[in-house]
Every structure is written in structure tokens, then in C-alpha cells.
Design a protein around this ligand. Structure first.
Ligand SMILES: *Cc1c(COP(=O)(O)O)cnc(C)c1O
Length: 347
């Protein structure tokens, strides 16, 4: 979270806009909260350039609930949906989908141990597929697509949990974009779903109402009590992003941060990043030490230097630096300085 946003929230935590209450305590259907909700949606639409032909939904259950909601809303029970497997999050998405739809895995990057993305021409979804799902940025593996797949007439569905708002995207090329909030948007539990309205021809029977995109769209994401505090925080983050210059400014900043860190890794014989150069993530940079037995020492000393959350995901080990929007360039400079010093002492 951007520090300025946390400070703003703190300043009005117990007395929100003169209400004598926290924003957590006001009615979600009252005028003041509805204004917050609408402003957040309008700001997100402006930042991403979302056309009016798309719903912008604020949903519960994080990105993981959408793994199920997507087939329930976009595919009949006998349909086939195409998936691309580029690592841990795509695997979870397609695993969950298997409970609801026939899954056709168009490409699986197992041969490179998930350090690559498939060639663009491998991603033509067969006609009749309900949609093509992919993960533009694999948060754990640090693999980011350098292109947007063109699945022909089939709607493109993207899990942008760890890349949304990090740079501009042409929303109109997607049928559906979704993102859990906790990386670039706000508190965990909230998910944002941006979906082309004409794709919603009725969720299949039995779909829980809170997961029904058409119903949520009709009710402005207030079918039941929405995660109001998370929605409010997301709104503060969207406004902060606009003040920073919007997504072109974030893209320039994020590219500079990533460039600095990959440059330091590549210039040393001591650190390594396993991902193919053309698909290295701007947001998540995994790295290892040539001598893996030094990794606990690296992490302990980094923590002592104020550099935290550098452990790689528990499934892969090593280290990982996440450079989400809220991480300033100075944070990356501090990490690179520490890495150079650690290499000088241990390399
Ligand atoms: C974090 C993450 C998720 C899971 O999000 P939850 O909100 O925990 O469900 C899914 N996909 C990607 C790409 C992620 O980074």
C-alpha cells in the first residue's frame, strides 16, 4: 500500500468525513458510501480506459473465487474452455475450472520449468471454446507475457492479480479481466472484475448469486454487503495513482525499478534469475544465490537492514522481490545496495 494512502485512511479512521463513525460503520446503501463506491469505479475506469460496454465489479473472495465464477458465468456445463499453463497460478485456475467445464490446456511450459511463455501462434483457441484463460504475470515464477494473446473470436480472460495498474492495457482486447486486490489495489479479499457485458448471457443454473456477474452488475456489486472497507481503500489507491500521473507514469516507474534490479542480478556472478529474458516480470523478481547455503544468512541480514518480505514463495524457495506500484525506486536502490555489499563480503 502507498504510505500516503495508509496515512489518509488513518487520519479519518475514527471520524470519516465528519460522520462521527468509521467508514466501516456506515451503511453501504447510504448516500455517502455509495458516493465512495461510485468514485472508485469511475477512477478505475478512467485509469484503465474501461469502455462503457464493460461492467466493473467489486467482488468478494479474492481472485480464487473467480477461478470458479468464470466458468460458471461464461461456459455451459458441456462446454470446453482453453487454458494456458505458465506456472503456479495458471495451474490453480485451471484446476478449479475442471470442476465446472472441460479444460483444454493449449500450452504448458513444464519443459522450461515454467521460465518461459508459449509462442503467440500456439494460443489460437479452437473455435467453440467458451474462452481462453491465461495469467499475464505469474506472481510466484516471475514470468510475464510480453504480448497479449490473440485467440481469434474466442473471448480472452486474464488473471491480472499481480500486474493490473502497473502499466496501461488495452481493455477492449479482453473479454474479462480480474484481479485479487492485495498486490496493486488494496486489502485482500476484494477482487475487481472487468467484463464485457455482452458475454453475460446468464450464468448456469445453480450458480451462487454472489458469483453471478450479471446479477452483480445489475446491483452495482451490492447484491449483499460488499467488502466496504476494502472498496474504500481501493478508491484511495486509485486516486493516488491518478495523482502520480496514471498508468503511463506507473509504467515508467515500474520499468525503471525492474531494470535496476535485473541489471544488478545480471552484472553479478553471485545472483541469478531463472526466467527467460523476454518474459521477465516487472512486478515479481525471483532470484537465487550461486551458493544456496548462504540464503538464510542473506535473508537474516537483509531483514536486519530493514529489507523484508524477500523470501521466495514457500513452494519454490530462494528469494523474491515484489516491486508492486507502492514500492518506490528508493526501495529497490536499497535492495541493490545491500545485494552488492553482501556479495562483496560473501562472494
Ligand atoms: C495472489 C494471486 C492469486 C490469488 O489471489 P487470492 O486473492 O488469494 O485468491 C491469483 N492469481 C494471481 C496471479 C495472484 O498473484
Amino acid at each position: 500500500m502507498p504510505l500516503a494512502v495508509l496515512e489518509e485512511a488513518r487520519a479519518e479512521l475514527t471520524d470519516w468525513r465528519g460522520s462521527g463513525m468509521s467508514v466501516m460503520e456506515v451503511s453501504h446503501r447510504g448516500k455517502p458510501f455509495v458516493a465512495v463506491a461510485e468514485a472508485a469505479e469511475a477512477d478505475l475506469r478512467e485509469l484503465l480506459g474501461v469502455p462503457a460496454s464493460y461492467h466493473v465489479l467489486f467482488m468478494h473472495g479474492g481472485a480464487t473465487a473467480q477461478f470458479a465464477a468464470i466458468p460458471l458465468n461464461l461456459a455451459g456445463p458441456d462446454a470446453t474452455a482453453a487454458y494456458v499453463n505458465t506456472g503456479a497460478w495458471s495451474k490453480k485456475a485451471l484446476g478449479e475450472a475442471r470442476g465446472f467445464v472441460k479444460v483444454d490446456v493449449l500450452a504448458d511450459e513444464a519443459d522450461s520449468r515454467y521460465t518461459t511463455v508459449p509462442r503467440a501462434d500456439a494460443l489460437r483457441a479452437p473455435a467453440g471454446s467458451a474462452y481462453l484463460h491465461y495469467t499475464p504475470n505469474e506472481t510466484i515464477g516471475g514470468v510475464e507475457f510480453p504480448y497479449i494473446p490473440d485467440p481469434g473470436p474466442v473471448p480472452l480472460v486474464a488473471d491480472m492479480s499481480s500486474t493490473i495498474l502497473s502499466r496501461p492495457v488495452p481493455v477492449e482486447r479482453f473479454g474479462l479481466i480480474y484481479a485479487g486486490a492485495q498486490k496493486n489495489i488494496g486489502p485482500a479479499g476484494l477482487a475487481v472484475v472487468i467484463v464485457r457485458k455482452e458475454l453475460l448471457r446468464g450464468a448456469r443454473p445453480g450458480t451462487p448469486t454472489v458469483l453471478d456477474y450479471a446479477l452483480q452488475g445489475q446491483d452495482r456489486s451490492m447484491l449483499n454487503t460488499p467488502p466496504t472497507f476494502a472498496w474504500y481503500m481501493a478508491g484511495l489507491v486509485f486516486r493516488w495513482l491518478k495523482e502520480q500521473g496514471g498508468l503511463p507514469a506507473m509504467a515508467a516507474r515500474n520499468e525503471a525499478k525492474a531494470h535496476l534490479l535485473y541489471g544488478a542480478i545480471d552484472a553479478s556472478g553471485f545472483y541469478a534469475n531463472p526466467v527467460a529474458r523476454e518474459c521477465r516480470s516487472w512486478m515479481n523478481v525471483p532470484f537465487t544465490l550461486k551458493e544456496p547455503e548462504l540464503e538464510p544468512t542473506f535473508l537474516t541480514q537483509a531483514r536486519a537492514a530493514g529489507l523484508v518480505n524477500l523470501e521466495g514463495h514457500r513452494s519454490v524457495g530462494g528469494m523474491r522481490a515484489s516491486l508492486y506500484n507502492a514500492m518506490p525506486l528508493e526501495g529497490v536502490e536499497a535492495l541493490v545496495g545491500f545485494m552488492r555489499e553482501f556479495e562483496r563480503r560473501h562472494g
